[in-house]
Design a protein around this ligand. Structure first.
Ligand code: FEV
Length: 388
């Protein structure tokens, strides 16, 4: 694999030419300064980068510990970090002459970002989305369709992200020549985990420059939520070499790890293969993938990217989890304290910040990746409150 024993491309033979073609074009793009100039230009002029690094004084005072900075990926165009990856991959798709773009989505943020770059470039867009996720992220379904994408409902399995990814891969296997699969997280067959990290590391590169400019130092701790792992990996990657910077990846603890209803692939899973990639997955004794659960559609996936699996084994990143209830509480907390509505996915990172910050000294620095905005989650959060 590309990440120690993890990664690889465990896919049907019919996809090998498409994966080889993608890797060849990505390597050529990596060496093409014009490609990166075009990509970086769009990040500034279209996405609105650099995203702010905001010192959240309200929550810092309340918790009485570390200085808490928020990396505001929620302020990007389309409302999350997903656009960073989509802008890079759509330029690749054009280099490859592909006119039909497909994607999977769970929270709908990746789906909206894919539909956005397809509208921008006049390309056909098909997004696969589980029926469960279409219901709980309905505002994003409407945005995708308004942007001209065809949203295809997936009823199989739990009708969530894993099932949407199954259908997207089946589509690609059936149309490898004319179709580009715009994969939305740091998972899937090689070269996707590497490629997505390269298009998300701008988050961490900006953070490193911003925190140095604001404080003259590096952070003592960084926190990000982990679904497939792309916002966390993009955020952490430029800091991996700085051993004194503690890194925390927060998985979805759902109804609690003991309940079995969660999506904590590293905390409660083990090595296996899914969607073409060797990594950590939630599996039963026979190696069958078990259903994941999370209140947040974007974390509701029974696996994690291979680079996180390696960083876990090496002990470079601590992987923790918080429950649905803790995430919802953190959603209300940031909203009422800082006037910022976080995505439920990002609220998992914030819930862990509430535990970690008080354990740190006042002169220490904690940075958290606010991966997206919470407009899409208002109904979910309201309904959760009624159930309690
Ligand atoms: C690609 C499937 C995941 C999706 N979203 C995942 C997500 C995540 C988790 O995905 P990763 O960063 O890749 O772990 C975190 N924050 C927000 C705002 C998200 O929307 C999506 O479909 O929008």
């Amino acid at each position: 694999g590309q990440f120690g024993p993890y990664g690889g491309r465990y896919m049907p033979e019919t996809l090998v030419p498409a994966l080889d073609e993608l890797e060849r074009h990505f390597k050529a793009a990596l060496a093409d300064e014009d490609f990166w100039q075009a990509y970086r230009g769009m990040l500034v002029d279209y996405v609105g980068r650099p995203s702010p690094l905001f010192l959240a004084q309200g929550v810092t005072q309340e918790l009485g510990g570390a200085q808490i900075y928020l990396k505001r990926e929620d302020l990007n165009h389309t409302g999350a970090h997903k656009i960073n990856n989509c802008l890079g991959q759509i330029l690749l798709a054009r280099r490859m002459g592909k006119r039909r773009i497909i994607a999977e989505t769970g929270a709908g943020q990746h789906g909206v970002a894919t539909a956005t770059v397809c509208a921008l470039h006049g390309l056909q867009c098909v997004v696969y989305m589980g029926a469960e996720d279409m219901a709980r992220q309905s505002v994003n379904v409407r945005r995708m369709r308004m942007l001209g994408a065809e949203v295809r409902v997936v009823h199989a399995g739990t009708a969530t992200l894993k099932d949407a990814m199954n259908e997207a891969l089946r589509d690609w296997i059936a149309h490898p020549a004319d179709t580009y699969y715009l994969l939305g997280t740091g998972a899937g067959p090689h070269p996707y985990p590497w490629l997505v990290r390269e298009f998300q590391k701008v988050i961490g590169e900006e953070t490193r420059q911003q925190i140095a400019a604001k404080t003259g130092r590096m952070p003592d701790a960084m926190v990000a939520c982990v679904g497939g792992g792309s916002n966390a990996m993009g955020f952490f990657y430029p800091f991996l070499e700085l051993e004194d910077v503690r890194l925390y990846g927060v998985e979805a603890g759902g109804l609690g790890l003991a309940s079995g209803a969660h999506a904590a692939s590293i905390s409660a899973g083990h090595e296996g293969v899914l969607h073409g990639c060797r990594s950590y997955y939630l599996q039963d004794g026979d190696g069958q993938i078990v259903n994941a659960h999370s209140i947040s559609a974007g974390l509701d996936y029974p696996g994690v990217g291979p680079e996180h699996a390696l960083l876990h084994d090496r002990g470079r990143v601590d992987y923790v989890s918080v429950t649905d209830a803790q995430a919802v509480a953190a959603f209300h907390w940031l909203t009422r304290k800082e006037g910022i509505l976080p995505a439920l996915e990002s609220a998992h990172a914030l819930a862990y910040v509430r535990e970690l910050a008080p354990r740190m000294a006042r002169d220490q620095i904690l940075v958290v990746c606010l991966s997206g905005r919470g407009d899409k989650d208002l109904d979910t959060v309201t309904q959760f409150g009624e159930e309690v």
